[in-house]
Write a protein that binds this ligand. Structure first.
Ligand code: KG4
Ligand code: ZN
Length: 344
């Protein structure tokens, strides 16, 4: 064990969407605390995240969540080596709450500030429970806002080799869930109800993007589900919700798995990881387990709690930025459309 004075403790803050979260992470891979206040129940009645409500709730909760993270970790603010905060991408009003809180704490305490890219956080969640995982590897990032195939060349060094041309995978889950009457948040609900359904009941399309073998497109699949539902309605036929959910989920999983395994083989790595909210999908995890084993690829995935938004993953990403000497000034701003690998 390291000497206490050598330990690097990061206080991490995440508020990019509908989770107000703070965590304390030790030496990059050990969670001392991970506090998440989920606003999901508040947004459910509207069928999706309402940005204005999210920002207001973040303001109400942020100080409480940060204090709780320090208490749970058994640490004082002055024990922290740095404060890491998500500064993009995400909802601008939501991001601003976390960024402003982090800047205020940094200013008052003199503790260095590090802005972290939200997707870098998702990818870094893999380092927490897989202590031996080191770059390079390929990572599939599938969340509510992103579907990226990324080559993680080194800590904080990324190359995006594929992305969605339209809807993100999580967005497709959420929209289809709404259409079949499951409501928000769609991903976990489709995951659950699919267990009762037949994934081969309805054949939905698996889209390929011509000339871009690693890119994804999910809007055609979403339209195919809507068309199927309309046709059933016009014919007066009843819809089996579980069968439609399972068939849709299989179409998404098939595409994600095919593109990813192809990319891993082409890149010549034998390590593959998944990240983001959709990475907690049980069918996706099972499919990757099978395919990776078949192809001699080591498969890494965070536990479901670390797949969806949390601050521990921001603390891990922040640790590797800290080690590289990255520090931000008090002019750090929220950047809603921040690109991976780009710093502002
Ligand atoms: O990473 P995340 O928490 O937030 C973003 O950065 O977007 O991802 C949220 C997305 C939502 O679209 C949600 O429906 C989806 O992840 N999701 C799932 C599952 N759990 C969450 N999708 C499929 N299966 C799940 N079990
Ligand atoms: Zn996220």
């Amino acid at each position: 064990m390291l000497d206490k004075k050598d330990d690097i403790l990061i206080l991490a803050i995440e508020s990019s969407c509908d989770e107000t979260a703070a965590a304390v992470v030790k030496n990059g891979r050990e969670i001392l605390s991970n506090v998440i206040y989920s606003q999901i129940a508040l947004h459910t009645v509207y069928g999706g995240v309402v940005p204005e409500i999210a920002s207001r709730k973040h303001i109400e909760k942020i100080n409480q969540v940060i204090k709780q993270a320090l208490v749970d970790a058994g640490k004082e603010l002055q024990d922290m080596s740095a404060i890491a905060v998500t500064y993009g991408p995400g909802l601008v009003g939501a991001l601003l709450v976390g960024v402003s809180a982090a800047k205020a704490i940094s200013f008052a305490s003199g503790i260095p500030l590090i802005g972290v890219h939200h997707i870098e956080g998702h990818i870094s969640a893999n380092f927490i429970e897989n202590k031996n995982l080191e770059p390079p590897f390929v990572c599939l990032v599938v969340s509510g806002g992103h579907s990226h195939l990324v080559v993680v060349k080194d800590y904080g060094e990324y190359e995006i080799i594929g992305k969605t041309r339209d809807d993100a995978a999580g967005e497709a889950f959420d929209k289809v869930a709404r259409a079949i009457g499951l409501g928000y948040p769609g991903g976990p609900k489709i995951d659950k109800v699919s267990k009762e359904g037949n994934p081969d009941a309805v054949h939905f399309p698996r889209a390929k993007v011509v000339g871009a073998e690693y890119d994804f497109s999910f809007s055609g699949l979403k339209s195919a589900v809507l068309n199927y539902l309309n046709t059933c309605e016009m014919k007066g036929e009843s819809v089996n919700q579980a069968d439609v959910a399972a068939s849709f989920q299989k179409a998404v999983v098939d595409v994600l798995v095919e593109h990813s395994i192809h990319a891993v083989k082409e890149c010549g790595f034998n390590k593959f990881a998944i990240a983001g909210g959709v990475a907690s999908n049980s069918s996706l995890r099972k499919a990757f387990e099978t395919e990776c084993e078949k192809n001699g690829i080591d498969f890494y995935y965070p536990s479901p709690m670390l797949c969806t938004d949390n601050a521990a993953m921001i603390g891990t990403a922040g640790y590797y930025e800290y080690r590289k000497g990255v520090r931000h000034g008090l002019d750090l701003n929220a950047v809603p459309n921040l690109k991976l690998g780009e710093s502002v």
